[in-house]
Write a protein that binds this ligand. Structure first.
Ligand code: F6R
Length: 232
């Protein structure tokens, strides 16, 4: 079962855990998330002036059809919110490429890389529908990286990042549940009252495809860090 920590400051706690890990293992392999949840953690990591020169990263997901330089791409998000403020090497940043025509080949490439370079710490947010990465309800536990059609709930939740009239992608490439579960340690962060139901189901519901985060119950080293607004 995941370890549950309620914290007044989940960003500081998560950033401290990640920073300590990088100090102990300078070539740490980090699994990273985008969205609102990790922004504060990345800010705190930047402030710590860590040496990222040997750190390697894998991001969870990327929108289909957006280039890395597109302002709405998750690659761009990571550049702006973390990478460009550190000394991470470009060749150590791993991302799914949402522009490829051969998705099978691209997702196989990513899975191979993660097998060769297993993730030490995977940072996760959670969707209001219980998704982790873009594994929407219905995603099986043995799923690996693949193309996913986003649920209407996720499209609605993420519409806040897009201006009116701006085209919002409806598909993404995403690590699967199995890819995430292979990480040695998982830190899931949830902030805000609107995450209460998903967290409750993930922790106390049955471990089923209805709530993909509930599969984390089966991980040996998983921590949920919740802010005081998650009412649990
Ligand atoms: C982002 C990701 C998603 C988000 C989730 C929560 O890379 O994989 O699973 O973590 O949708 O998003 P926020 O943090 O914006 O509430």
């Amino acid at each position: 079962m995941p370890k549950l920590i309620k914290s007044q400051d989940p960003d500081a706690l998560a950033a401290d855990m990640i920073a300590e890990f990088i100090q102990q293992k300078p070539d740490a392999v980090l699994g990273l998330a985008t969205g609102s949840t990790p922004i504060g953690i990345y800010k705190k990591l930047i402030e710590k002036n860590l040496d990222f020169s040997q750190v390697r990263t894998f991001n969870l997901d990327e929108y289909v059809g957006l280039s890395q330089s597109h302002p709405q791409s998750y690659y761009h998000f990571m550049q702006e919110n973390l990478f460009k403020h550190t000394n991470i090497k470009k060749e150590n940043i791993n991302f799914l490429n949402g522009l490829v025509s051969d998705i099978q080949k691209e997702t196989a490439r990513y899975e191979d890389l993660m097998r060769q370079t297993p993730i030490d710490i995977q940072l996760l947010g959670i969707g209001t529908n219980g998704h982790i990465a873009f594994n929407e309800p219905g995603s099986p536990q043995d799923s690996t990286s693949r193309k996913i059609v986003l649920s209407q709930q996720t499209i609605k939740d993420n519409s806040r990042f897009f201006s009116p009239g701006e085209k919002q992608p409806e598909e993404a490439l995403s690590m699967g549940i199995q890819s995430i579960m292979a990480a040695k340690q998982i830190i899931l962060i949830a902030k805000g009252q609107n995450k209460t139901k998903a967290i409750h189901t993930a922790l106390y519901g049955p471990s089923t495809t209805d709530c993909p985060a509930s599969f984390l119950q089966n991980h040996r080293n998983c921590i949920f860090i919740l802010d005081p607004h998650v009412d649990i």
